[in-house]
Design a protein around this ligand. Structure first.
Ligand code: FAD
Length: 144
């Protein structure tokens, strides 16, 4: 899995009433599909908010992301980062999962205090380096 990688990060709201069991189903099909598609990444769930990092070949990420956009288990998708990188941050993960808290989101983004959806969006969309720090902090928390 070498060469230019597209890294796409978005934020969305889980559909009201979505349960951990539903998220497990999402993870099962994501991991199966992503293994085939050579897509890697991380799904974070915090208090009704999803943050997902998708990494892979340009076109493949496009296809997977289009499927995700059509999925009615979440809504209000906002892209935080869409760029090409030399190496993957989550190369060993078909789709890692972290159930997080607003406080942990703040800590990983390098600020004091809890972050809700609108604060994550405001903070991370105004400074791309913050998104990178955020990703690397989560990647180190996962280990290899
Ligand atoms: P299957 O996985 O075979 O579908 C299995 C079952 O899941 C269906 O029978 C149905 O019960 C349920 N299901 C599928 N789609 C829906 C739906 N739209 N609404 C309600 N129930 C449904 N897919 C990836 O491939 N890679 C990812 O990284 C990824 N990340 C996701 C992150 C989030 C936050 C969400 C909400 C979805 C994500 N998905 C991801 C799932 C994606 O949206 C598609 O549902 C999936 O890719 C379809 O795969 P499949 O055709 O193999 O269907």
């Amino acid at each position: 899995m070498s060469g230019i990688t597209r890294q796409l990060v978005y934020l969305s709201d889980a559909k009201f009433g979505l349960k951990m069991n539903d998220i497990q189903k999402i993870l099962t099909s994501s991991r199966r599909n992503n293994l085939n598609d050579e897509v890697t990444g991380l799904l974070i769930y915090s208090d009704g908010v999803f943050i997902q990092i998708l990494e892979g070949v340009q076109k493949t990420v496009e296809t997977v992301f289009n499927r995700i956009l059509d999925d009615n288990r979440h809504e209000n998708v906002d892209i935080l980062l869409d760029s090409n990188v030399d190496s993957r941050a989550f190369a060993n993960w078909e789709m890692a999962f972290i159930e997080s808290t607003p406080e942990e989101l703040g800590a990983r983004a390098g600020v004091n205090g809890a972050l809700d959806r609108s604060e994550v969006l405001r903070l991370l969309s105004q400074d791309q380096s913050r998104v990178t720090t955020f990703l690397h902090n989560f990647a180190s928390a996962l280990g290899d």
